[in-house]
Design a binder for this molecule. Structure first.
Ligand SMILES: C[S@@+](CC[C@H](N)C(=O)[O-])C[C@H]1O[C@@H](n2cnc3c(N)ncnc32)[C@H](O)[C@@H]1O
Length: 315
């Protein structure tokens, strides 16, 4: 996904950054770094230039220099619209981050909203919504539209569309106002809200038969809060269906894409801690990225049905 580069207010600095990006694309990292440094000389308070310098230094193997540039970026942009804290954590084990910054997610997806469906479905072969819908159908074994569903990080509504035929009521929540506007146009949701997932789960008073999170928990490293929040909002027997990108065994890591990847053991442990039981946890190709398959985990978990008091448990 492309970040939208704003202007520094200095035309020459803007041009130097642009030239630097062109050199970067052509693989000339030395020239790109020189231009990014020149940009910073002219516009020292421009976070974009520090972020670009950090990326180019990282790519050339100068980790310390990259970390310094990302730290400068964070100092100048404490809300972290550019995701410098993620870029820093990706190269420096001492810099931990457990969730993508709100300002970063909003800026990224507000800029991406208009082009999202075309980019994901046509160019990146995004198929997670359909695969999750299939896994949900296999787990529910209920024909026809029934139950209340909540789509977390609903985006433009691709997952909502995939599950619409199976649910009687569908709500969507997303941080990005731009994505919510695009979802409204589709008319898939009975209710839409611009909010953070954790806040939305906390505020809700109703419980759901199904909660979905397609390609969303990749913006969370630590899954304990969203999973506990979901568990609290499911009816007994309710399902939680989600995808994550698959990591190399660590609980979670920040990838060069600035998305998180998760280990299968960690996902299973987090669900268990929240009192959810796994119905399906399987490897799948989620989509492509720069021509390569993005490997992920498709998960369906269930909130167990509690034995009614006064009756002997059959467990
Ligand atoms: C890759 S898109 C996936 C959208 C949709 N679920 C789909 O399958 O097409 C990720 C979405 O998650 C949203 N998101 C990320 N972190 C969020 C958070 N903490 N709270 C609410 N939405 C979030 C983003 O704004 C974005 O719309």
């Amino acid at each position: 996904m492309r970040k939208q580069i704003r202007s520094s207010g200095d035309l020459i600095a803007d041009r130097r950054l642009n030239y630097g990006q062109t050199f970067l694309k052509e693989g000339d990292l030395v020239a790109a770094i020189e231009l990014f440094e020149q940009t910073i000389d002219r516009a020292p308070a421009w976070p974009e230039a520090h972020f670009a310098l950090g990326g180019a230094r990282r790519d050339i193997g100068d980790r310390a220099g990259a970390a310094a540039a990302f730290r400068n970026c964070l100092r100048l942009d404490p809300d972290d619209k550019l995701g410098a804290s993620l870029a820093l954590a990706q190269i420096d084990a001492m810099a931990t981050v457990d969730v993508a910054p709100t300002a970063y997610v909003k800026a990224l997806f507000d800029a991406y909203a208009e082009d999202f469906d075309k980019a994901l479905v046509e160019r990146l072969s995004y198929s997670t919504p359909q695969k999750l819908a299939q896994a949900i159908r296999a787990a529910r074994k209920v024909a026809g539209r029934s139950g209340r569903a909540l789509d977390l990080g609903c985006g433009t509504g691709l997952a909502g569309e995939a599950i619409l035929a199976d649910v009687a009521w569908l709500e969507g929540v997303d941080l990005s106002g731009g994505m919510i506007e695009a979802a409204k146009v589709k008319g898939v949701y009975d209710q839409l809200e611009t909010a953070d997932i954790l806040t939305a789960l906390h505020r809700r008073e109703t419980n759901y038969d199904l909660i979905l999170a397609a390609d969303v928990l990749i913006y969370f490293g630590d899954l304990s809060k969203p999973v506990a929040g979901v568990a609290a909002r499911l009816v007994d027997g309710g399902l939680f269906a989600f995808s994550v990108e698959k990591g190399d065994g660590a609980d979670w890591t920040v990838q060069s894409s600035l998305r998180f990847a998760h280990g299968a053991d960690y996902v299973a442990r987090t669900l268990k801690t929240a009192g959810l039981e796994i119905v399906t946890l399987e490897d799948a190709v989620l989509r492509t990225d720069r021509g390569a398959d993005v490997m992920g985990l498709l998960v369906v978990a269930r909130k167990p049905v509690r034995a009614r008091s006064g009756l002997p448990s059959t467990a």
